[in-house]
Design a binder for this molecule. Sequence first.
Ligand code: ZN
Length: 471
Amino acid sequence: MRVFIPRTVWLAMLVVLLPGSLAGAPGAELPNLDWPRYQDETVRLLQQYIRIDTSNPPGNEMAAAEFWHRQFDEAGIPNTIYPYAPGRANLYAVIKGDGTRRPIVLLNHLDVVRAQPENWKAPPFAGEILDGYLYGRGALDMKDQGVLEAMVMLIVQRAHIRLKRDLIFLATADEEVGDSGSAWIIQNHPELVRGAKYLITEGGSNLIYPGKGTVYGVGVAEKVPFWIRLKATARGGHGSIPIPDSAPNQLVRALYHVVNWQTPIHLLPAVEEYFHAVAPLEGEPLAAQLRNIRQALAHPDFVRQLSRNPDFNYQLRDTVSLTMLKGSEQTNVIPDTAWAQIDVRLLPGESPQEFLARLRAVVGNDKIKIEPLSEFRQPNSSPTNTLLYRIIEQVVHEYNPRAIVAPVLNAGYTESQMYRPLGIICYGFVPIELTPEVDATEHAANERVPVDQLRRAVKMFYEIVVRTGNQ
Ligand SMILES: [Zn+2]
């Protein structure tokens, strides 16, 4: 999955000129480790890991779980493969801390989405390096992060770093299709992660514009899908004799209200913080309005202006997209049923029952049946006033003093949603800076990660995890 940075922010970044190099000096707290060797190993491991084809479907994550099993066994890190279906498995590894603080979970998924090799510059499952980029399906989503998380485990173990917190590495199957891997763990072995304080996984991304600016997005919340069908039923007939209250006519009248519906604005603290953080990238008067967004939203004109930007709009309200429509199979047949499906995305904290009640009122026709299409998961979020968030900010600024660190509400779903109900603070974060062009290769052709970023990321990620692990 990926994070959206509003287009207007991109545009603003292109005109904000920040002189000087953006690459800061690494932090002073690193112990004397042989970083060039670990960085070489990071790149090599990602090449090998990408060569294990875990395209989902079908997944075949067992091969990837066995890969990590070998690495961890060799280093002497206790680990277990949990097979749960043919070819499908999760892997769990742990390095014990002294137990005075609650554990940190490093979560990643083993599967990747499929790839069409003919559209790629380098084969998607070869792990080739071309012009400074490591190409491959999973290079950004999320085998890169899987390798960074594994490298932190390997370094901590080999260098005998003592931590207060247990360090848990959890690699799961099937994130890209059905979340069955994480669902299996939570249902069958919740004790593996129960009691953990923090979890880091995908859902963060950091966009860079050379010589202009960088925003590090920490995923703290996600919109949650709530798919709904609206169905009208009435007498059918011949198209030559119109029926004013036919099923299609009733449905279209209802949908007219639904697509014109402006759901209420609901400003979440994380979104308020996000707008405040990115305000310096905008020109006036927008910058001042974003800095004081709560006040600015009291003005209907400003609400209208902000709502016109889809990337801002989705952060401020529950959204409705009309995506499927079905009436008759034939032009001259008035069908007795007509239906539509809408893709609703709710903000964290919203109640699906209340949303349904409001939708019923908007439709205003009791004869139209409104039914959810899937079981709904209550959306959730994590706060930003935490030790881990503060350490992420610290380390990012040590490496890139000009970077903006901002909490991000993801439009898409991540598995953080499944782990937060266990009482764990979950963030989407990976310290890799990308241009929007490279960021857009996720789930697309030529997915690739800049090798220099990968090399830098292993140090940054290590510092973030180890500092948190000791406090
Ligand atoms: Zn992913």
